[in-house]
Every structure is written in C-alpha cells, then in structure tokens.
Write a protein of this length. Sequence first.
Length: 252
Amino acid sequence: MKLSVITVARNAAATISDTLRSVAEQSHPHVEHIVIDGASTDDTLQIVRGFSHIAQLVSESDSGLYHAMNKGIRMATGEVIGILNADDVYAHADVLTSIANTFEDPDIDVSYGDLVYVERDHPDRVVRYWQSKPFSPGLFRRGWLPAHPTFFVRHSVYEKYGGFDLSYRIQSDFELTMRLLEIHRVPSRYLPEILVRMRMGGATNNSIANMIKGNMESYRACRRHGLAVTPWFFVSKFASRLPQFLRRPAAD
C-alpha cells in the first residue's frame, strides 16, 4: 500500500531536518513524501533538497497553512494520506507500517492515534500527552478531536468530501475531522499508541489571541454543521485538555 505524507513548511530550517529524517527512516517501503514550501527565505529549500527520498517539492507563495495542505492532497498519489508538520516527527520507525496494516481492512477509511507535545528546544522532554479514544457520536460537541498530525485518510475520502475549508484560518483541522467523523460518519479506527512527537509553539497554541480565535472557529464550525453547542462548549473544550498536561506516557 502506497502512503502519501505531506509536509508544509515556511522558513522551517531549524526543525525540518528532523521531520524529513523521521519519514525517510520509516520501515514501510512505499511512502511518497511531498513537501509544500511557502516560498521560504531561509535555508529550508536547501535542506529539503538534501534528502533523496522526497518525491515532490513545490516552493511558491500560498494563502496559508491549509491552502498548502490542500495543494499537497491534490498532488498525492497514495491510497492513504497523512500530514506531518515541519516541526514534528514520527515517534518511531514503524508508524507508517502500523498505519498501512490498519488500512488493509477495506472497511476503515480513517485512522488516528496518540501524540505527545515536546519542548521546542528539548524535544526529548514531554510537556503534554494527547491520548485519544475511539470516536463515538457527540464527542465533537464536547470539544473533542483527534490529533491531526496522527490523522490518516483514504485518498478516496478526500475526493468525496473535500479537503480543508479555507474559511477557517486556525481550526480548519477541527472542521475537517468533525466533518468526516461526526457529520459523514466515515468508518475510523483508533490506534492506542503514540504516533507523533510535536514541538510546542504551533499556529493554534503560540498565543492567547490565537487560542481564542481557534475556539471561536471551532464553535462556528459546530454551529454551521448543525451540532447543538452552547457557550459551555468552550468550558468543556478547555476541561478536556487539562488531563493532557498531567498524564505522561508509560515510557516517559
């Protein structure tokens, strides 16, 4: 089974080597790694060109993170598509093998797992453990969502239901995962293992202002899709995150 991994980058020279290496070292033999660069002005392109496993590289201006991800989805030729940010890494060399094995079941169209946030300058130090769960109807109304860097989708599902909605600038991943799981009930499987190590400081959590905007976008997405949410949505969304800062994976 061919898997496509999309990495979106802009001025990511400080971290992208780790990301590319973690894909290059995967044990699964059929991986198409696509890098969508937003016209970086640092050494990002030079670093990317130093990795021979890269299948496709595009560097041009875009309209933001999710526009670039949609571009990568359109370019992908794999049966299954995942997205790995330019400052994240796969947790071990067999992540994509586990994903490919999961999708050998023809009834599964989405798969996701767990994620740990790590310190930006000390990626060996876990700050937050995002332990997910199997999807059940109603979870998104309570602010739940799967960790998007662990979220793998069959290409045919994107063709049927579309990619990221660009009207959401910060939480389009929330809207996408909700649309697929909660609205269209795409068959999914949760893998109870850590798939990705994610550096702190991403677009949705790098400032209080962005966190507020992101919560407002999530609320708007729920209302737009007809989910009965109230202002208590924000409280439940915040409360659902608190345990992630307290628990730690067994190995850590």
